[in-house]
Ligand binder design. Sequence first.
Ligand code: SF4
Ligand code: SF4
Length: 374
Amino acid sequence: MERVGGKRFLRREQLEIILQALQTEGYRCVGPQRVEGAMVYQPIQTLSELPQGLRDQQSAGSYRLTETQNRPQNHRLFDWANGPQGLKPLLFPPQEPLWQADKGERGELTFRPLGVEQSPLAVIGVRGCDLAALSLMDRHFLREGAEDPWYQQRRQQLFLIAVECTTPAQSCFCASTDTGPAIKQDYDLRLHELDEGFLVDAGSAQGALLLQPLALAEATPSMVKQSEDALQRAAAQQQRAVATDDFRAIFAGRETSELWESIAEHCLACGNCTAVCPTCFCHREEDVSGLELQQSSHQRVWDSCFSGHHSQLHGVAVRSGRRERYRQWMSHKLAGWHDQFGESGCVGCGRCITWCPVGIDFVAESARFVEEQL
Ligand code: SF4
Ligand code: SF4
């Protein structure tokens, strides 16, 4: 990664200048917003739209935002851990038309590819686990010779303002997957929030250009120490940890383990875990006809290994039950990804734990397989 200059101090209100400069350059900006009780990315025009002084409480099957009572923490903009949404829907929308077929007067068909929105996107508040997930998505969608043009176009126009996590949720385990809470992947600008403002540094020439006119003072050694201590505390606070990075050996020959059945007894096969997972990329494609039958649109729609039809091969569902579907989800994520991409498909964001309606704990369940092996 290109590092441009050291850490500087940015007053909280100076983030507005960066936001306005990005918009002047033609970027659409999205940042965290409280929507229906959860933190998700939404379009923003000014800094005042970012919620201040919010924290989250997360555990298996539970999520709640609360107001911070203490000053000066209640001025903080990023004092919460990730909500349900990662970068995935911004680059790979849940539903997306790929091309359209139009019927002419004599019944002839014309096919027209559909592009993506042209304006570049700046995302404010991206956490370490989601940057790690982005790098995994790149491996899939930008594989040499098989690049996905829709993803590629959005990815090339993406500006990332990363934020280091200092208040992990109870479901987070990025320290054990080595994907957080510090930022370890590429970014354009990186923020570390303190009570009095931010430490900021640029990870790209474009990020450095945005900082240049602000003529920011260097961060003091005590500010840097404060940020390093906060990251160490955030890692130490995490209550979950993946038990091993060698799940290929753990799952080998365990296809019929009773443990799969015990998970399936609770699992609803709702697919929430795959929807919130920032690295799940399965989709199906379908054609949708206009009511006048003059037009049809070919769309791709997120799919899930928990859907009944997802494993249909020649009319037969290869994974017919919840037991086989959960096995596919966990063993692909933790083991199969190593064969496909050389690393785990889990970045420790904990979303599948928080957003599972019956509170199935991905880390605890995977640990049971490790224990059974011992
Ligand atoms: S498997 Fe769960 S914890 Fe791991 S990246 Fe996906 S949603 Fe996050
Ligand atoms: S593990 Fe939880 S979120 Fe995933 S399909 Fe089963 S019930 Fe739904």
